[in-house]
Design a protein around this ligand. Structure first.
Ligand SMILES: Nc1ncnc2c1ncn2[C@@H]1O[C@H](COP(=O)(O)OP(=O)(O)OP(=O)(O)O)[C@@H](O)[C@H]1O
Length: 247
């Protein structure tokens, strides 16, 4: 149901020794939203994601998730050397549901086929993952992340290793999934232009959360605060900012 909170983070603080990595982070994400998390290198984006998916120990504050989480980590090219087909890669995503000692049955393979169709790569089922393009591989990993039927999907820099055309169609696919299977999305990205095109809301992080607004409300000043002095590089070609703020 729209307006219904699926993720709530309250007063999250995290330090390593004397180095404060995350400072007083509080926000909510509603069911059905597509949220982009942006910030410079070392801003704490991956650390915040690790806290949300339950892989970070020793933080203060509260993380409350009301639903099943799916996670698409940063592309790991090491995994691509593994001699495994596309179909088997996606089937591995079902392990979490089935437990380690259960065999796959007909219904499982049907589900794998449906997932591959959903992300538009069903014709690649028998290929080895090592021969796929960056964009095809990312769709396969997306199908694997969806195998456990998550309600909120968290993606960490999914654009890495994908060419420009592939990126645009990948974000389009995420928006289709958002509608078709009522998925909530939280995505870390360095591709500011595509985040503005694809997401409903944007969170700007640099140790602390500087803004969390609808895409239309984010101003050049919001970006300047977190990205300065690299800001000019980032805004080049960003239609939204040019139109809305006459930059
Ligand atoms: N295990 C660790 N030990 C020491 N410092 C760490 C550790 N893990 C992360 N950090 C530091 O925490 C800060 C935040 O790191 P994090 O990876 O969350 O940033 P990020 O925003 O995801 O960066 P990037 O965009 O470069 O991936 C960085 O300064 C990093 O060096």
């Amino acid at each position: 149901m729209p307006g219904d909170v699926i993720l709530r983070v309250e007063n999250l603080n995290y330090s390593i020794g004397r180095n404060q990595i995350l400072k007083n982070i509080s926000f909510e994400i509603n069911r059905g939203e597509f949220v982009g998390l942006i910030g410079p290198n070392g801003a704490g984006k991956s650390t915040l994601i690790r806290a949300i998916i339950g892989e970070l120990e020793g933080f203060q504050g509260k993380v409350e998730v009301k639903g099943k989480i799916g996670y698409l980590p940063q592309q790991n090219n090491f995994e691509r050397d593994f001699p495994i087909t596309v179909r088997d890669t996606v089937a591995m995503g079902l392990y979490k549901n089935k437990g380690p000692f259960k065999f796959f049955n007909k219904a499982d393979w049907k589900k794998v086929r449906n997932l591959l169709e959903m992300v538009g790569v069903a014709e690649l089922s028998d290929r080895r993952i090592g021969v796929l393009s960056g964009g095809e591989y990312q769709r396969v990993m997306l199908a694997r992340a969806l195998a456990t039927d998550p309600e909120i999907l968290i993606l960490d820099e999914p654009e890495a290793g994908i060419d420009e055309m592939g990126k645009t169609s990948f974000y389009k696919l995420l928006n289709e999934l958002k509608k078709e299977i009522e998925l909530t999305l939280l995505m870390v990205s360095h591709d500011i232009g595509l985040v503005f095109d694809a997401c409903d809301r944007i969170m700007c992080l640099n140790k602390t959360l500087h803004c969390h607004k609808s895409t239309q409300e984010v101003s050049p000043e919001d970006l300047r605060v977190i990205f300065s002095p690299d800001f000019d590089l980032l805004i080049r070609g960003k239609d939204h900012l040019h139109k809305e703020h006459e930059l």
